[in-house]
Design a protein around this ligand. Structure first.
Ligand code: WQD
Length: 338
């Protein structure tokens, strides 16, 4: 009765593995460390006193993945593995389609072969493209993605919908994350981007720890409360719990379901910066710059469906996330190290 977590040493994957282990699940991780480090496994053990079984494999490697399905009694899959840099996806679209869509195809083929019926998929609010209104509901139009990364998430969603039509006994939860931030309260696991952070919070924490001189605020002429981009920042510990709610939901054999995972509240770049400064009593220097291509003015979630159908709603807020992100970065100035 094992849960297979692909990408389980990544930022969201590792937080979800901790929650699974702490709730008594038997966990098997597959990861190729393309965007994570082996040290994460040591941190998971420190937090949970448990060691999930681990295979260093690319999900695209059908032969090696098949051996995992042969060896392990997998009943559920949580699929995080995938390349996730918006900027890199613009530069290398084919790599992103081959990797993200290709690995999902391999996974579905093996799930069918080995009779594994339950899948939770890590999707993204970017599938909504440029929203013409907020908050966004699961029934809102998707498409018009502003980058190949987001398009791969949408392509995989279509793959899953077709798979569910063909396999009536499949139970699939598509989770559309908004903007994950924060870290586990232990400060032992957190977001560790390779190179220059694309995302806002890790950039802020690297300024706070002295690794970056200042934050570039990409545009202050958006149609928002203060002109800077507005997003729905969900604490990664809440997000992890959302995956356990989804696993429980799949026990009810719902077929294919789609949920937004967010707070339902929009926060601007400057509001997050000021919340971070106040929560941690640290000054964050910033410079207002040009807009970043592909950015939208605002997007945040209507998250009623997740609450009504699986009892999920967030418990932590951006102040908790600012405090926890700083606790992680302060204790790990160089992330998980080299
Ligand atoms: C948030 C806001 C920027 C960095 C992307 C993906 C999404 C998800 C999270 C992938 C925007 C501004 C940012 C900086 C800034 N998954 N910003 N200076 O673009 O909303 O979402 O990442 O990891 O699927 O699409 O997140 O954190 O990059 O940007 O001003 O140095 O912060 O303009 O308004 P985004 P983000």
């Amino acid at each position: 009765m094992a849960v297979l977590v692909t990408g389980g040493t990544g930022y969201i994957g590792s937080h979800t593995v901790v929650d699974l282990l702490n709730n008594g699940y038997d966990v098997v991780i597959v990861d190729n460390y393309v965007n994570s480090k082996p040290e994460v496994l040591n941190r998971i053990f420190k937090i949970t006193d448990k060691k999930p079984r681990f295979y260093e494999i690319s999900v695209q490697d059908e032969e090696k993945m098949s051996e995992v399905f042969e060896k392990e009694n997998i009943t559920d899959v949580i699929h995080f593995a995938g390349l996730k840099s918006v900027a890199e996806s613009v530069a290398k679209p084919q790599l992103y389609f081959d990797n993200n869509v290709g690995s999902s195809k391999v996974l579905l083929k093996l799930m069918n072969k080995y009779g594994v019926k339950n899948l939770v998929f890590s999707s993204s609010a970017t599938v909504y493209g440029v929203p013409d209104h907020v908050p966004l509901k699961e029934t809102d139009k998707v498409g018009g993605c502003t980058n190949p990364y987001g398009q791969t998430k949408l392509d995989i969603e279509y793959l899953l919908k077709d798979y569910a039509k063909e396999h009536k006994d499949a139970n699939i939860a598509i989770l559309r994350y908004f903007n994950p931030i924060g870290a586990h309260s232990s400060g032992l696991i957190g977001e560790d981007p390779q190179g220059i952070p694309n995302n806002l919070m890790p950039y802020i924490t690297q300024v706070a720890v002295g690794k970056r001189d200042h934050l570039n605020v990409y545009g202050n002429d958006y149609k928002t409360v203060d002109g800077t981009g507005v997003r729905d920042y969900i604490h990664v510990v809440d997000l992890a719990r959302g995956h356990l709610c989804a696993l429980k939901k799949l026990e009810q054999k719902p077929g294919l379901v789609i949920y937004n995972l967010g707070t339902g509240k929009g926060t601007s770049v400057l509001e997050l910066v000021h919340a971070f400064e106040k929560a941690n009593n640290i000054k964050i220097n910033y410079v207002i710059c040009e807009r970043r291509p592909g950015d939208v003015d605002e997007n945040y979630a209507d998250c009623h469906k997740a609450y009504e159908e699986m009892g999920f709603k967030t418990k932590l807020d951006i102040v908790d996330a600012c405090r926890d992100s700083w606790h992680w970065q302060k204790n790990n100035p160089n992330g998980y190290g080299d």
